[in-house]
Ligand binder design. Structure first.
Ligand SMILES: *[C@@H]1O[C@H](CO)[C@@H](O)[C@H](O)[C@H]1NC(C)=O
Ligand SMILES: *[C@@H]1O[C@H](CO)[C@@H](O)[C@H](O)[C@H]1NC(C)=O
Ligand SMILES: *[C@@H]1O[C@H](CO)[C@@H](O)[C@H](O)[C@H]1NC(C)=O
Length: 353
């Protein structure tokens, strides 16, 4: 009885994940260029006819293929839409493609589409818990959507930074790449600007696509974290009815990192909360993320695909940093249970906006 119940609960949670995972990817061309040290064309993640040109990690030019053509990001060419699928829409693919083909429904990863080659589209679905993989042409176990990958819009056979894990890279091959860590010691950090692994951590605080940006390392020191402002604003910790002189203060950049300060003006030592928790500066403690309002990237240090936005009227897709609304009939996102619901959850993160 117990096992059956647990299994059902798990299926429900996965189903809720899939329901929410069905939104568009949410990358911009700038997000893509930022991960690539090279120069060249990329696809536009919001329009399969569009392209951009990356140089020095920026989109320096952009344009659109002429009518009847779509941009093939892997070959970096405008190609005839009668033979090349549209990377952003199954409907558009099926309206133009001249031979039968299966393509992912990019609006719903549970589904795939079949184009009959004569302009008609039909949908199939991978069932509860399944997602369609365009690379294998098969359904696989979710909830991660295989198509949610920046390599989809980038040339084949290049190396790019992983937007979800600064310091790691992906080798894009035919629209796919998986996160890979640099392993040859001491060069363990991938630098997206140079395209090389190096020994020092190149990741800075601007990693908006990622919760765990890797910009801090455990034990890293700061000369300013324990300054008078931070030290004063942190609540005093009391141990055995005695006020003690150390404090934990926020790192002011992540939701899960804090500095240990032995005294005001002392050197701060960085550390991070146990997985699943975040640092509440007012309490000086690691607590449930839903129990307070952290204004930095709330996706950090949690293994959630989605996190509520402040006020809970919607959620952030952690893999991309994009936000989405819940359906109007169940407008609140309950991040603890991972569902959209009609009743406002009682967590602190939902109380303000
Ligand atoms: C996605 O597709 C599945 C299978 O057809 C369906 O049950 C589900 O409701 C769809 N989700 C959305 C958000 O449309
Ligand atoms: C695409 O290919 C079809 C069939 O070969 C051809 O009739 C059409 O003119 C081509 N479209 C473009 C824009 O080249
Ligand atoms: C103390 O450090 C924080 C950042 O950690 C900074 O915002 C603040 O301005 C600093 N205050 C003083 C008085 O230096």
């Amino acid at each position: 009885m117990m096992t059956v119940l647990a299994f059902n609960v798990r299926i429900c949670v996965v189903a809720a994940c899939l329901f929410l995972a069905s939104q568009a990817i949410g990358y911009t061309m700038d997000d893509l260029c930022k991960q690539w040290s090279g120069a060249g064309y990329i696809g536009n993640p919001s329009d399969c006819r569009g392209w951009g040109y990356c140089l020095n990690q920026q989109t320096v030019s952009w344009g659109t293929c002429k009518t009847g053509l779509v941009f093939n990001a892997q070959t970096a060419c405008c190609e005839n839409a009668t033979i090349t699928p549209c990377s952003t829409s199954a409907v558009q693919t099926c309206s133009a493609i001249s031979s039968p083909i299966y393509v992912p429904n990019l609006l719903n990863c549970t589904e795939y589409a079949h184009c009959d080659g004569k302009g008609k589209i039909a949908y199939g679905d991978c069932g509860n818990g399944g997602v369609y993989s365009e690379a294998t042409g098969k359904c696989q176990w979710g909830p991660a959507c295989p198509q949610d990958n920046i390599c989809r819009f980038m040339q084949s056979n290049i190396f790019v930074g992983d937007p979800n894990k600064c310091g790691s890279y992906m080798n894009c091959i035919n629209g796919y790449g998986s996160s890979t860590a640099c392993t040859s010691s001491p060069n363990i950090y991938y630098n997206a600007a140079t395209g090389k692994c190096q020994s020092t951590n190149p990741c800075t605080g601007d990693n908006t696509n990622s919760g765990d940006s890797g910009q801090f390392t455990v034990g890293q020191t700061s000369n300013t974290a324990c300054n008078a402002t931070n030290f004063k604003n942190a609540q005093t910790l009391t141990v055995d009815d005695k006020e003690v002189t150390y404090k934990y203060v926020t790192d002011s950049e992540t939701c899960y990192g804090y500095y240990y300060c032995a005294d005001e003006g002392a050197t701060g030592y960085w550390n991070q909360c146990p997985t699943g928790t975040q640092f509440n500066n007012a309490l000086g403690k690691c607590v449930s993320p839903a129990s307070f309002v952290c204004t930095h990237n709330r996706c950090g240090n949690v293994n959630n695909k989605f996190m509520a936005v402040e006020g809970c009227l919607g959620y952030t897709i952690c893999s991309s940093g994009a936000t989405n609304d819940c359906p109007s009939t169940s407008k609140y996102y309950d991040e603890v249970n991972n569902i959209c619901t009609s009743t406002e959850p009682k967590y602190a993160i939902c109380k303000s906006s």
